[in-house]
Design a protein around this ligand. Structure first.
Ligand code: CAA
Length: 283
């Protein structure tokens, strides 16, 4: 199946990165958010990030202009009904994602593929609430989307082979690399990454090291590009906690217990870079 138009739901850090890479690869992109301010902020950020690629000679000025011209925005979710592929990148709450798919369903074309960029929620369960579980998949991008090479492809129990092969080809056209994961809590990347971040928070909580020494240890001792606490701030502490809760509930093993300090920071509204305060102070 040929995909030419893509609807992206949610203009947050994942949604705007996804819109950026699809537009740059020649797809028509319709970006949706309930907030018009979020949409104009996302378009401005995509413009800045594309300009950064122009100034580093990764792309030409005309590539950037063509990509910007392929992006349009709407606050009306149902406008996305005309797209061949929907990528839901809304907040990591199952009820929110379900409501989006329910609202979209009556407006979709029969061939449209539905996907979710969820970092942990069951694809089979999300798909079962739609009219097309065979054309539903997990399509998980990494942050920052324009830079990170990987896209996780997660088939629900009912996903058909044509849908899977179509999305593999889309990933190729984006110039990215896919890895297939089975539909178990948090799939592959977050099944491994989040317990490491959670353990770093326990290391801080138990006083084994300061924020700086924990991050320096993993950056210089294990060659990670960012320390785990810096990375948690980058991802968002609310997202980290939501993923740990999915692992804890879904696998029923105490080794996935979210660190109480992570819970406390989220309760305080210290969510990392997006609120200018997390393990570091960005104010
Ligand atoms: N758009 C376009 N280009 C961008 C960009 C963006 N949003 N952000 C960074 N870049 C580019 C820069 O222009 C730069 O390009 P050049 O190589 O051409 O110079 C390059 O990326 C590196 O950026 P910087 O020089 O600004 O900074 P850096 O070297 O410190 O790298 C980083 C920044 C790429 C974010 C790096 O620190 C890194 O890889 N961190 C780890 C990120 C990671 O682990 N992400 C996965 C998170 S988990 C996830 O996303 C899954 C989930 O569900 C939670």
């Amino acid at each position: 199946m040929d995909i030419t138009s893509v609807g992206v739901v949610g203009a947050g850090q994942m949604g705007n990165g996804i819109a950026h890479v699809f537009a740059l690869s020649g797809y028509e992109v319709l970006l949706n958010d309930i907030s018009s301010e979020a949409l104009s902020g996302a378009v401005a950020l995509i413009d800045r990030n594309l300009q950064r690629q122009v100034s580093r000679e990764k792309i030409s000025q005309s590539d950037k202009d063509a990509a910007m011209a392929r992006i349009s925005t709407t606050t009306t979710l149902t406008d996305l009904g005309k797209c061949d592929l929907i990528i839901e990148a809304a907040t990591e709450r199952e009820t929110v994602k379900q409501a989006i798919f329910e609202d979209l369903l009556p407006h979709l074309q029969p061939h449209t593929i539905l996907t979710s960029n969820t970092s942990s929620i069951s694809i089979t369960r999300l798909a079962s609430r739609t009219d097309r579980p065979e054309r539903f998949m997990g399509f998980h991008f990494m942050n920052p989307v324009p830079v990170m090479q990987l896209v996780e492809l997660i088939r629900g129990i009912a996903t058909d082979d044509e849908t899977y092969q179509t999305l593999r080809k889309v990933v190729d056209r984006l110039g990215k690399t896919s890895a297939s994961a089975e539909d178990f809590p948090a799939f592959i990347v977050n099944r491994i990454l989040m317990p490491m971040i959670n353990e770093a928070v326990y290391t801080l909580y138990e006083g084994v090291g300061s924020v700086e020494s924990i991050d320096r240890s993993l950056k210089l001792g294990a060659n990670h590009p960012m320390g785990p606490l810096e990375l948690a701030d980058f991802i968002g502490l609310d997202t980290c906690l939501a993923i740990m809760n999915v692992l804890h509930d879904g696998l029923a093993d105490t080794k996935y217990r979210p660190c109480p300090l992570l819970v406390k920071y989220v309760e305080a509204g210290w969510l990392g870079r997006k609120t200018e305060r997390g393990f570091y102070d960005y104010r």
